[in-house]
Ligand binder design. Sequence first.
Ligand SMILES: Nc1ncnc2c1ncn2[C@@H]1O[C@H](COP(=O)(O)OP(=O)(O)OP(=O)(O)O)[C@@H](O)[C@H]1O
Ligand SMILES: [Mg+2]
Length: 269
Amino acid sequence: MTDSTAIIRLRGLRLERGGRVVLRDLDLEIARGEVVAVFGPSGSGKSTLLSALTGELAPSAGSVEVLDRPVPAAGRALLDLRKGLGVLLQGNGLLTDLTAAENVALPLRTHTDLPAPVIARLVDMKLHAVGLRAAADAFPRELSGGMARRVALARALALDPPLMLYDEPLTGLDPIACGVVMSLVRRLNDTLGLTSVVVTHHVHETLPVADRAVVIADGRLVFSGTPAELQASSDPLIRQFLDGQPDGPIPFDNSTFAGAVSASAQDAA
Ligand SMILES: Nc1ncnc2c1ncn2[C@@H]1O[C@H](COP(=O)(O)OP(=O)(O)OP(=O)(O)O)[C@@H](O)[C@H]1O
Ligand SMILES: [Mg+2]
């Protein structure tokens, strides 16, 4: 991967929450066009990492570059950067009193002054992209969980962002809906020329569509490589995570056993 193709560049990144260091010494580059899966135990800092990419959380050390510029701390520059980010957060965040089409139109109404017929056409295209044109006039309560997730995906795509950030896009979905959503993530990435970062616990559903996997544990990046390399890893920390073993280097309670994880994470690094 060359520098010029990187769409995300993290150097020596340290992130703190409530005075506690969540991630440290994190170096990571994500190239344009990649679908990168971010794995790690609950509380390891996956969502925190995304909040650094959106500028919601400023680093306490190191640098964060997204879309070829350092993430601004605040102001108009930050708002401009965010227009280039399609974000699908944990849960859908759909407005229940708006139809699917109105939900997708919302970012276009808020951030552009396009005339209504143009917005309607764009909304139609986005719903078509997620296979839900027929559901345009449905309210969120009338949709299945998987359909609602796809509407939220269409809304995240509304402003044609080059970079998509997903936080647990599969939570609460059945295996079939998981497959539909993940293959959509891949297909949209390729057909629209996007880059996608997918934070998830769903290793087995996500690996098949990912170009690269990274694992964070005990506040560090402990793995970065292809899905095949991840699956071939003999590192006990990685194996526990992949095989879902209850006991292993990743303890049930992160805080109580922080020392134990720290030791194995250092072996892995
Ligand atoms: N707003 C906050 N204030 C204080 N601490 C926080 C805040 N948000 C997260 N944390 C802490 O930061 C750590 C990382 O949290 P984060 O939400 O990034 O984990 P995660 O990997 O996304 O977990 P999950 O898989 O459960 O979503 C946790 O210890 C959490 O308690
Ligand atoms: Mg999270």
